[in-house]
Design a protein around this ligand. Structure first.
Ligand SMILES: Cc1cc2nc3c(=O)[nH]c(=O)nc-3n(C[C@H](O)[C@H](O)[C@H](O)COP(=O)(O)OP(=O)(O)OC[C@H]3O[C@@H](n4cnc5c(N)ncnc54)[C@H](O)[C@@H]3O)c2cc1C
Length: 416
């Protein structure tokens, strides 16, 4: 149903999804769009900070050449990007404190490429629907966890190679996450970009892109939502500062958090209560005698190692500042995680001088195999627009900047 151009839209959240939705609405001629943001800044999980005159990423950092939605915005808003400089193989062994020996012999390397180029590529062609925006149309076979699915399809070396970019990047463990998410993330265009090394960072910080976009829109920062009531086609939103009325509401915030302020329906409550998250924590630290490169810690790619660091990023080779990433599940204490970090740094030959900043992310909203089988995504899609309310954000597609933006853009194009 197309709406009149003076329809009043309120979007909750000024992250990649909310701002892409606002941008798409504005480009379609809708001018009455307000974004409510609880923080004092735009960007959400695209969070950049400056230290000693240089930018560091606490959230998202890289995009690939095939990320067309973001690449278009980068061009329109003239935000600089530059190719990532890849180092050598960077899996680290905690036993020896050095780089893991290359476990793939020449025949194994050949088998890996065979599994990737023939088997995995063919599998992607068999499951085209998972590549469309959203997950409601996704093929049933992909509800199984990725570990089991990869075993059934005889791609163990692909599973092994992908793990660092999945578990290392905070998306949980193969045994726990449906294959649908992995296939969305590891689509063929992204893999080709990685193989071509067409991967980019934002030298001035990715948040700058969203700040520039936000400046074009009406964003109310530092806003705390007290109540949302949806009645007779009018949505009333009480914030700590004012009362607003809207015709359409778009939610990009964690949906289960709306229980505190929105008149959630029974259908919404049932679905929102299924959403799961990983806890992914970024530590910006100064280290001494630590490997002068980016690295993964495969010994911690296991549910039994929750609360341990899985990855670190060295953005500049001429500083001693690193970002370390811990994957957890909200059950491990801060003190235990700090101990794990110190121990890990020491096993790799370094020492921790200072933690400059910590950000704890409630990350990767997703559902498990059972809830996918029970129709979580088709059910959520079926209530899009009910009470003039729409759901978007990373849960609906997958937790990357591009996939969050793609879904937001597609949702606006579908409904308005
Ligand atoms: C450490 C880390 C590294 C990452 N690395 C990459 C990467 O390299 N490449 C990549 O593509 N992706 C990466 N991602 C994922 C990517 O950042 C996210 O998937 C994407 O930015 C999500 O956008 P979103 O708008 O859906 O959600 P968010 O970015 O979470 O935005 C939601 C917004 O809503 C606001 N909000 C929440 N509740 C309320 C409320 N009640 N009222 C008002 N406002 C509210 C929040 O403050 C936030 O601004 C990374 C994420 C993390 C955490």
């Amino acid at each position: 149903m197309k709406k009149s151009k003076d329809t009043r839209f309120i979007i909750i959240g000024a992250g990649a999804a909310g701002l892409t939705a606002a941008e798409t609405l504005l480009n379609k001629g809708y001018t009455n769009v307000i974004i409510l943001e609880k923080e004092s800044f735009a960007g959400g999980k695209c969070r950049s900070v400056e230290y000693e005159g240089r930018s560091y990423e606490l959230g998202a950092g890289i995009i690939s050449a095939n990320n067309k939605t973001i690449m278009d915005l980068v061009e329109i808003y003239e935000v600089p990007i530059k190719p990532v400089v890849f180092g050598q193989d960077n899996l680290f062994d905690l036993e020896t404190g050095g780089v893991c020996p290359d476990t793939l012999s020449f025949p194994d390397k050949f088998s890996f490429f065979w599994q990737l180029l023939l088997r995995y590529h063919r599998l992607l062609l068999q499951f085209p629907k998972v590549q469309e925006p959203g997950l409601a149309q996704c093929e049933l076979e992909l509800f199984d966890n990725f570990h089991h699915w990869a075993k059934m399809n005889n791609i163990p070396l692909v599973e092994d190679k992908f793990e660092r970019f999945f578990t290392g990047f905070g998306y949980g463990y193969w045994e726990e996450v449906p294959a649908a998410y992995t296939l969305k993330y590891n689509d063929w265009a992204s893999l080709v970009s990685y193989m071509r090394r067409a991967i980019y960072i934002f030298p001035e910080g990715i948040q700058g892109l969203w700040k520039k976009i936000a400046d074009r829109h009406k964003v109310f920062y530092n806003t705390s939502i007290k109540r949302i009531a949806r009645k007779e086609n009018v949505i009333t939103i009480d914030t700590d500062k004012q009362q607003l009325r809207a015709d359409v509401l778009m939610l990009t915030c964690p949906l289960e958090e709306t229980f505190c302020f929105m008149d959630t329906t029974k259908a919404e409550a049932e679905l929102f209560s299924k959403i799961k998250y990983t806890e992914y924590i970024t530590y910006l630290c100064r280290l001494e005698n630590f490997p002068n490169q980016t690295g993964f810690i495969p010994a911690h790619f296991s549910p039994s190692k929750k609360g341990h660091p899985v990855f670190w990023y060295k953005r500049y080779t001429d500083t001693n500042i690193y970002t370390l990433y811990v994957l957890s599940d909200f059950t491990v204490s801060d003190a235990a995680m700090f101990h794990n970090i110190e121990e890990c740094i020491s096993k790799l030959g370094g020492s921790l001088i200072k933690v400059e900043q910590i950000v704890k992310w409630k990350y990767f909203p997703h559902v498990d195999t059972q809830d996918m089988q029970d129709g979580f995504y088709p059910k959520l899609e079926s209530i899009q627009g009910f009470n003039n309310t729409y759901y978007l954000g990373e849960l609906l597609n997958f937790s990357t900047v591009e996939l969050s933006a793609v879904y937001a853009k597609n949702l606006v194009e579908r409904f308005f």
